[in-house]
Design a protein around this ligand. Structure first.
Ligand SMILES: [Zn+2]
Length: 687
């Protein structure tokens, strides 16, 4: 690059330990001019590829695209890391500016007709190009990406598609804002002890601060945010108040007036159906599922209905148990949706008498990190060595070298474990650099994966050990499973590296990895008391594990009904009144009267506030099927670290990224397609 070289070379030429960026040399003010230059540089590269006078070849078109935009991706990776893990006002302002520019930049490339023509020619002639399987998939991805953005359509249909996309984006934003408004506008203020009966201290505190936020000092507010309404429904002894709050909660987006979402749903569904037809699909679900592991709406519905029947049967048993408790209190009413959580909690406390706090002294962060590394070594033969003194992007970040059995450096891993005010909530994995084997413009061949995990564990006081909850420990294993997907990647092309897989496959490596946390051999060694070094008592652990299947009929019915309604909306042949379709779907599957969908349509944000999980809510459960079935493969050998199975897992799942079809990848590992049996057993729903 010449004139368009970004102003600060530290952003794009990484000279730290083994090619790590020198974060200390980057200033917040460097980003804006660097992005400008990198957008231009990438555009010029794209123009060169599109305008190449030579006949299109895989080399001069697809490979050229794969390695183009190097500066942009380097600057982006540093920027988005900072935006998530160590932000400030300058970065936040930049984020608002960069995000739309980024989307315009990429949609412009997606509309480049000359570029598409080259890709389309290659796709038409793919049989004669002598491509291997991975190269063919990479070509297909590029081609489908263009086709789905309308590249094959005549001009006026392209314009219609652009119009639809724009309207959909606006509708999605409005939908989300309406739900938020309905949540904000409703609160129930309580002040008598009678109204507060049963409410534990932690919830009282939260309700008191919610009330004072709304200018009602000294009172307690029930609000519709999940963190208050759910514990309120769980603990409040006042049935009338529970009903009132519950009804308000499930009416979000359906209250009439300005913030009513029902009209937006109808409009959204009609536009999505039109878009699918324009692009040549039967319905929107078929469009969304193309390029996933599930592939078709029939496959998704098949899984959901199998689970549904077992879940409903179980929920009926649970309801009967709760009804017994209701009667024992001398009450004479059915178990209604506003009763379920309340009586389930009473039953839980009776059956599983322990607190999560009893586990904490046995779960030291340091030991759990060691455990996550030990599992990786036993399964995949890679070892982690901390490089003290190598600086990450924040003083809390720790840098590790990952080496294979022969001692070869295979990845850098950065662990950023503690919460801080500059970090957004949640936990995630991402990368600064992805593995691939192509020759870059500077002559370098391939790249080392540089992967990081960000968590939000409470930082202990000076000199005290960091202790985790069991959920925290699972999160650490989960994110490290994603990290391994990036670090063990062994593909040729960047776009299919590591986690570059479909949405219903990407959680397999992470959710599967969680299973090794509770393998007895690992717990015995690493879940030891921080003072005495004693391993966690088995009886305590057994109770914790048994409690995990409690109330699972209810939870599965809540989830699966939402997923089925999502599919019904996006496969319907005629777009009728959406709420009627919701009702008809629930009627058809026999939804119990005592349970309501986890997300009713007027506030189903996953499906209507954006496009991320439309015809895709199922994928949470799909991943659970995969991880349970995959771990069962190890259990069947009688050895959680069975070397043969581990080798197959690495060769077919953790190292292949998106280079092969996910179904084939899974079959390569397991020898067959996944069955939901192991997941049902894990949830306690097996026959
Ligand atoms: Zn995940």
């Amino acid at each position: 690059m010449t004139a368009s070289t970004p102003l600060n070379p530290a952003l794009t030429t990484w000279t730290g330990h083994e090619g790590l960026p020198r974060f200390d040399l980057v200033k917040d003010t460097d980003f804006a001019p660097a992005f400008e230059a990198a957008f231009k540089a990438h555009e010029a590269e794209i123009d060169d590829i599109a305008g190449n006078p030579d006949q299109p070849t895989f080399e001069n078109t697809v490979i050229a695209l794969e390695i183009a935009g190097d500066a942009l991706s380097r600057i982006s990776s540093i920027f988005w890391n900072k935006a998530g893990a160590d932000t400030n006002e300058t970065i936040q302002a930049l984020e608002r500016d960069i995000a739309p520019k980024m989307s315009r930049h990429y949609s412009k490339i997606g509309m480049n007709a000359a570029l598409f023509k080259r890709i389309d020619t290659l796709w038409e002639n793919r049989e004669s190009l002598g491509l291997d399987l991975e190269a063919t998939r990479v070509l297909e991805r590029h081609w489908k990406g263009f086709v789905k953005s309308g590249a094959k359509l005549p001009k006026e249909q392209q314009e219609r598609l652009a119009g639809i996309n724009e309207t959909l984006a606006g509708l999605g934003a409005k939908f989300g804002q309406n739900v938020l408004a309905d949540e904000k506008n409703w609160a129930l203020f309580l002040d008598s002890e009678e109204d507060l009966a049963g409410i534990p201290d932690f919830l009282r505190d939260a309700m008191a601060s919610a009330a004072s936020d709304r200018g009602q000092q000294g009172k307690y507010a029930v609000t519709l945010s999940r963190s208050i309404i759910e514990p309120f429904l769980t603990f409040s002894d006042n049935r009338e108040l529970r009903e009132k709050a519950f009804r308000a909660w499930i009416a979000r987006g359906e209250n009439g007036g300005e913030t009513d979402n029902r009209g937006l749903i109808a409009e959204t569904l009609a536009l999505r159906a039109e878009k699918a037809k324009l692009l040549g699909y039967d319905n929107y679900a078929a469009l969304k599922l193309d390029n996933t592991m599930a592939k078709t709406p029939e496959a998704v519905n098949g899984l959901l209905m199998q689970v549904w029947e077992k879940a409903v049967a179980r929920a009926r048993e649970e309801e009967a148990d709760l009804a017994t408790l209701v009667a024992a209190e001398g009450r004479n009413h059915d178990v209604m949706p506003w009763d379920w959580r309340h009586y389930a909690e009473k039953l839980r406390a009776e059956k599983f008498n322990f607190s999560e706090g009893e586990l904490k002294p046995y779960l030291q962060l340091e030991k759990i990190i060691e455990a996550s590394f030990d599992v990786a070594q036993r399964l995949f033969g890679i070892t982690a060595t901390e490089k003290k003194g190598v600086a990450g992007y924040h003083p809390d970040v720790r840098v590790f070298e990952m080496r294979d059995a022969s001692g070869r450096l295979t990845a850098l891993f950065l662990g950023d474990y503690f919460a801080r005010s500059s970090k957004r909530s949640g936990a995630w994995m991402s990368s600064f650099q992805s593995q691939h084997k192509l020759t870059l413009k500077n002559g370098a061949v391939g790249e080392l994966p540089i992967i990081y995990n960000v968590c939000n564990f409470a930082k202990p006081a000076e000199g005290k050990p960091a202790l985790l909850s069991l959920d925290d420990a699972r999160t650490l294993f989960h994110e490290f499973g994603h990290a391994l997907h990036g670090m063990l990647s062994n593909v040729t092309y960047p776009s299919v590296s590591g986690t570059g897989v479909s949405r219903d496959f990407v959680e397999l490596p992470s959710q599967l990895y969680e299973h090794w946390l509770t393998v007895p051999d690992i717990l015995k060694r690493y879940a030891v008391h921080y003072r005495t070094g004693e391993p966690m008592p088995e009886a305590l652990l057994d109770k914790v594990l048994a409690a995990r299947t409690f109330n699972s009929g209810f939870a599965t019915v809540e989830f699966t009904s939402s997923a089925l309604v999502d599919m019904a909306y996006h496969t319907a042949q005629a777009q009728g009144e959406p709420m009627a379709l919701e009702a008809a779907t629930l009627e058809k599957i026999g939804m119990p009267r005592s349970i309501v969908m986890r997300h009713r349509s007027p506030h189903f944000l996953h499906v209507f506030s954006g496009d991320g999980y439309s015809a895709g809510y199922y994928s949470y459960m799909w991943s659970e099927v995969l991880d349970a079935d995959a771990f069962a493969a190890f259990e069947e050998t009688g050895n959680a670290f069975d070397p043969g199975m581990a080798q197959k897992l690495k060769d077919n799942v953790y190292s292949v990224g998106g280079s092969i079809d996910p179904e084939d990848a899974y079959k390569g590992f397991r020898g067959k397609l996944p069955s939901p049996d192991a997941m049902l057993a894990k949830k306690g729903l097996a026959a």
